[in-house]
Design a binder for this molecule. Structure first.
Ligand code: FAD
Length: 383
C-alpha cells in the first residue's frame, strides 16, 4: 500500500498494513488464483485471517476490538482486496452483516455480535429474495408472532458468506398491511438455529473465493429479543446499513483497480514490441494515466464518504457516488489491463483476466450502479 494514498492512516494501521501485506503475499496471492480455478474454497485462509483479527477491524476498543477508525479499516480493506477481492469481501462482510446491530441493536445484541466476530465469526446479511432484488421492498419472507416468539419463513438468495456465517441478520415482514416501509423487521439469528439451512451454492463468474448461497428459513423460531431495532423499522435499517457498506464495497473495487494498474505496469516493462519495451510507448502510457485518474478519483470518493460517516454527517449520496465510481473504475481498469497484456491478458496464465471477472460484481451487488444513480439523481435533482 502506498501510504500517500491514505494521509490520515494511524500508526497502528500502518503496522497492520505491513502485517496484512506479508500475510497476503504468503497465504493469499497465489492460493486464491488456484482456488478461483476450482470451487473457490479458501476456508483455511479465512481461518488464518480471522485468527489475525482481520474480520474484526471495525470492532470498537470498548468491546475488545483493535480500536481503529473507519478510515483505517477502509484503507486496510483495500490492501486485502488488492490480493483477492473475494477474500476481501469475505473478511469484511461483518461490516454489512453486523451493520443493522451496530446502527439499531441494543447493548446485549452488540455485545453478542462483537463476541462472535472476535471469536473468528463472520456474518450474513439476508435481504435479497428471488422476486426482490433492486426492489428490496418486495420481499415475501414473513415473521409471525407466536406468544413471545416469532416464526420466520422465507428463502433469501445470493447471500454472501451464506454457507460459512456464524450469525445472520434477516429481514422479514411482520405486518404485510403496512408494506415494507413499516412492516419489515430485522432479526438476529445464529447459525444452528433449528429450521435455518443453506440452499443452492452459487457458481459465480468472479469473486469466486467469496461464498454465496441461499439461506432458507423454515419455521425458524426466535424470541422477541432477536428483533434488531424497533419492530417495523427493518427496511430503514437495511438502507442505512447499505449506505455504510457501499463505502467498503467501493474500496474493495479500488483494490482491484490498483492491482490491475500494477500487473499491467510490470508487464509492459518486459514486453518488447517494435524493438522497444511497451512502457516506452506513449499510447500505452496514456492508458495508465486514465486508469490512475479513475482509481484516485474512486479512492477519494470512498474516503470522503468515510470521513462524513466518521463526522456523523449525512453521507448516502456520497456513498452511492463512491460505490458507483469505484465499480465502474474497477471494470475500466481491469478491462484496460487485459487490453494492455494483449492475447496474454486473455489467458489464465496471467492474473488480469481474473481481475476483469472479479470487477463485474461491483457494478451489481449492494445496489446496482443503476440504483446508485437513482440515489444520486434524487439527491441532486430531488424526487
Ligand atoms: C455475488 C453476489 C453477492 C450478493 N450478496 C448479497 C448479500 O450478502 N445479501 C443480500 O441481501 N443480497 C446480496 N446480493 C444481491 C444483490 O444485492 C442483488 O443481486 C442486486 O441488488 C440486484 O438485484 P437482482 O439481481 O435481483 O437484479 P434485478 O433487480 O432483477 O435488476 C436487473 C437489472 O435491472 C436494473 N434495474 C432494476 N430496477 C431498476 C430501476 N428502478 N431503475 C433502473 N434500473 C433498474 C438493475 O440495475 C439491473 O441492471 C448479492 C448478489 C450477488 C450477485
Amino acid at each position: 500500500m502506498n501510504f500517500n494514498d491514505y494521509p490520515r492512516l494511524s500508526e497502528d494501521a500502518k503496522d497492520l498494513a505491513k502485517d496484512i501485506q506479508d500475510f497476503c503475499e504468503k497465504e493469499v496471492r497465489q492460493q486464491t488464483i488456484e482456488a478461483d480455478k476450482k470451487d473457490g474454497d479458501i476456508t483455511e485462509i479465512i481461518k488464518k485471517a480471522t485468527d489475525m483479527g482481520l474480520n474484526a477491524l471495525d470492532v470498537p476498543a470498548e468491546y475488545g476490538g483493535p480500536g481503529l477508525t473507519k478510515y483505517d479499516s477502509v484503507a486496510l480493506l483495500e490492501q486485502m482486496a488488492y490480493y483477492d477481492a473475494g477474500f476481501g469481501i469475505t473478511v469484511s462482510a461483518n461490516g454489512l452483516a453486523s451493520g443493522p446491530v451496530v446502527i439499531g441493536g441494543n447493548e446485549e445484541q452488540k455485545k453478542r455480535v462483537y463476541d462472535i466476530i472476535l471469536g473468528g465469526g463472520i456474518g450474513g446479511f439476508c435481504l435479497t429474495e428471488r422476486e426482490a432484488g433492486c426492489d428490496a421492498s418486495a420481499g415475501q419472507a414473513t415473521a409471525e408472532k407466536d406468544g413471545d416468539d416469532y416464526i420466520i419463513n422465507g428463502t433469501k438468495c445470493f447471500i454472501t458468506n451464506g454457507p460459512i456465517a456464524s450469525y445472520y441478520v434477516v429481514f422479514a415482514m411482520t405486518d404485510k398491511s403496512k408494506g415494507a416501509g413499516h412492516g419489515y423487521t430485522a432479526f438476529l439469528v445464529e447459525k444452528g438455529t433449528p429450521g435455518l439451512s443453506i440452499g443452492k451454492h452459487e457458481d459465480k463468474m468472479g469473486i469466486r473465493c467469496s461464498q454465496t448461497s441461499e439461506v432458507i428459513f423454515d419455521n425458524v423460531r426466535v424470541p422477541s429479543s432477536a428483533i434488531v431495532g424497533e419492530i417495523g423499522h427493518g427496511f430503514k435499517l437495511a438502507m442505512q446499513t447499505l449506505d455504510m457498506a457501499r463505502i467498503t464495497c467501493g474500496i474493495t473495487a479500488v483494490g482491484i483497480c490498483q492491482r490491475a494498474i500494477d500487473e499491467a505496469r510490470d508487464y509492459i516493462q518486459q514486453r518488447v514490441q517494435f524493438g522497444a519495451p511497451l512502457s516506452k510507448n506513449e499510447t500505452i502510457q496514456f492508458k495508465f494515466a486514465d486508469m490512475y485518474m479513475r482509481t484516485q478519483a474512486a479512492r477519494q470518493l470512498c474516503l470522503h464518504a468515510t470521513e462524513l460517516y466518521m463526522d456523523h454527517k449525512p453521507f448516502s449520496a456520497e456513498a452511492a457516488a463512491a460505490k458507483c465510481a469505484a465499480g465502474d473504475a474497477a471494470m475500466y481498469c481491469s478491462t484496460e489491463a487485459v487490453q494492455i497484456l494483449g492475447g496474454y491478458g486473455y489467458m489464465r496464465d496471467y492474473p488480469v483476466e481474473k481481475l476483469m471477472r472479479d470487477a463485474k460484481i461491483f457494478q451489481i451487488f449492494e445496489g446496482t450502479n443503476e440504483i446508485q444513480r437513482l440515489v444520486m439523481g434524487r439527491h441532486v435533482v430531488g424526487r
